[in-house]
Design a protein around this ligand. Structure first.
Ligand SMILES: [Fe+2]
Length: 315
């Protein structure tokens, strides 16, 4: 059965650019019933605690120390949307394809289309996360471990995408993230990096895909924003991950000061073996990230949030 395509303006050149350079494409998911206020409100009400984050942070400038975690409790999905619309928070709904068949169908179709269009592309472990965010809020400079795309549904945001090499992303920083010693947000940022960024004003019905681990940051315009990210893995991405993982171990346990990236052959196999052995034999101490939760979403409170007594949440 022929489905309506999700990607609307694919050209042959995009197959060559995919994964290696930033691409910007038009899509039709901003018109889908899975992204109406009604659908999102019901999703917010159903999402398990371990699959969402509510956060607030300094809106004026890059200040990771201002980052706070909150909770949703005792309010309807519509009230959460109202709090975001009038507040200074964002709601991140993770792994939504595991919660609702509508998002799963959209996610599956997106990657079926990419795999059909990009010769040799075979993806796995795809995930979709929805971000509902207040006017003017920022996502600070960070990088992600898997392949990443950003899809705009409502509102407008400015997206800055930086090269995935030093000084914008240093190998040591990537290894720390892969070894779970640091959060993705801990990627060091300097304002002058912006001079080397690709800058895009993303509109509803547009998406971006950028090279693996490419650092990025986002600033909302003065309007509620709804967007989602997709992430995926390929064998090449997994090999790169194993390289960072193994290099991090070599640096820490074996005193290797400048471990190299091994793309193929015995050097790559050794990296895969080292990363695999380390993970599966439990040599890595399990570094679960813990969050201090100290506010609750409240549409009647200033900024859409009310302080509560802080408690720890491990994820
Ligand atoms: Fe990201």
């Amino acid at each position: 059965m022929a489905q309506e395509p999700i990607i609307l303006d694919w050209q042959d050149k995009h197959a060559e650019l995919f994964g290696n350079h930033m691409i910007r494409l038009k899509h039709r998911l901003h018109e889908s019933p899975i992204f109406t206020d009604e659908a999102l409100a019901r999703l917010i009400e159903r999402i398990p605690r371990e699959h969402y984050h509510v956060n607030t942070m300094n809106q004026e400038f890059h200040d990771p120390t201002s980052w706070r975690d909150g909770e949703i409790s005792g309010v309807s999905g519509e009230e959460v949307l109202a709090a975001v619309r009038g507040g200074k928070i964002w709601v991140l709904l993770q792994r939504v394809a595991e919660v609702d068949a509508g998002y799963k169908a959209a996610l599956d179709q997106v990657f079926a289309e990419f795999e059909e269009k990009v010769p040799g592309l075979k993806t796995f472990k795809q995930k979709m996360s929805i971000l509902i965010s207040s006017p003017k809020i920022q996502v600070y400079y960070h990088c992600d471990i898997p392949g990443q795309s950003l899809w705009q549904i409502r509102g407008r945001k400015r997206v800055y995408i930086y090269p995935n090499t030093a000084p914008f992303l240093r190998q040591e920083a990537m290894e720390k993230i892969v070894l779970n010693e640091a959060d993705e947000q801990d990627t060091p940022y300097q304002p002058w990096f912006d001079d080397y960024a690709q800058i895009v004003d993303l509109e509803p019905g547009e998406m971006l895909h950028w090279p693996i681990n490419g650092p990025h940051r986002v600033v909302n315009y003065d309007c509620l924003n709804i967007s989602f990210t997709t992430e995926h893995w390929t064998t090449a991405l997994r090999n790169r991950y194993a390289n960072h993982y193994a290099n991090g171990i070599l640096r820490r346990s074996f005193g290797v000061s400048n471990p190299q990236i091994s793309e193929a052959g015995p050097a790559l196999w050794a990296k895969l073996a080292l990363a695999g052995a380390h993970r599966f034999t439990g040599m890595q101490k399990k570094n679960r990230l813990t969050y201090k939760v100290d506010f609750r979403v409240d549409p009647k409170a200033p900024f859409g949030m009310r302080d509560i007594e802080a408690y720890e949440l491990a994820k």
